[in-house]
Design a protein around this ligand. Structure first.
Ligand code: APR
Length: 225
């Protein structure tokens, strides 16, 4: 079966990484316009780098949980073709053995705002870090900020057009284009299911509420048995 899975911050919550819009979430402690836009980086590179260094340090301490492991098991099963799309910038899907498409980039990546060179982000990367290719001090986290174009949209649309099943896991469905994938999948004729703590309110055929470490392994076992 052709399956497209979209994950959000909720799948990494039980690995100790904060979500964005839950009570006490990241956007209740930081303003998007201060840390997650190109304008913020131009205005206050030190402040933006400090925010992402804190997130790199947190992510380095996190380990994949049973939900990440279950999705890796599903993606490696030959009976299904699984396109795993993540909005998350942590590497917990990879560490569990899965192969995700990172729509919003990766915390572990660095990008040169001057020449476009990409390299592994040093933990201590900041506004003084020179680009290894051009030498300019224009390093930035290789993540997609608000107002920037997400990655892999053509590949995701192609996968949705052939999907028989679409699942959204641990996402509030507040940020487009990811929030529109459920309608696209439905229009393409796929069945849709949401596995989350708080229902997003989007028009899924089925809803499984609970912690991802409980709902996702159970859901994967049903698909593999
Ligand atoms: N198990 C399952 N779901 C959970 C859990 C859990 N343990 N904890 C929280 N959730 C759910 C919440 O109910 C919520 O629906 O995860 C979702 C988290 O929503 P957000 O914090 O909005 O995160 P996300 O949907 O990934 O945000 C999308 O917004 O800020 C941008 O770029 C950022 O990629 C992010 C995007």
């Amino acid at each position: 079966m052709n399956i497209v899975i979209l994950t959000g911050a909720g799948i990494s919550a039980e690995s100790g990484l904060g979500t964005f819009r839950d009570k006490g979430g990241i956007w209740s402690r930081y303003r998007i316009e201060d840390v997650a836009t190109p304008e913020a980086h131009a205005r206050d590179p030190a402040g933006v780098h400090a925010f992402y260094r804190m997130r790199r340090e947190e992510a380095a301490k996190a380990r994949p949980n049973a939900a990440h492991t279950a999705l890796a098991r599903l993606q490696s099963d030959r009976r299904h073709r699984v396109t795993l799309v993540t909005q998350n910038v942590d590497d917990l899907h990879e560490e569990a053995g899965a192969r995700p498409l990172h729509m919003h980039g990766r915390l572990k990546g660095a990008l040169c705002a001057a020449c476009g060179h990409r390299w592994p982000a040093p933990m201590e990367m900041d506004e003084t870090t020179p680009c290894p290719a051009c030498g300019e001090r224009t390093a930035r986290p290789d993540v997609v900020w608000f107002g920037e174009m997400p990655h892999h949209l053509d590949e995701i649309d192609a996968a949705l057009s052939e999907a028989e099943l679409f699942a959204a896991i641990g996402t509030s469905g507040q940020v487009y284009p990811a929030a529109g994938f459920v309608e696209m999948a439905t229009a393409y004729g796929a069945r849709t299911v949401e596995l989350t703590l708080e229902p997003s309110g989007a028009p899924f055929d089925e809803r499984r509420l609970g912690p991802a470490t409980e709902t996702v392994p159970h859901w994967v076992t049903e698909l593999l048995d």
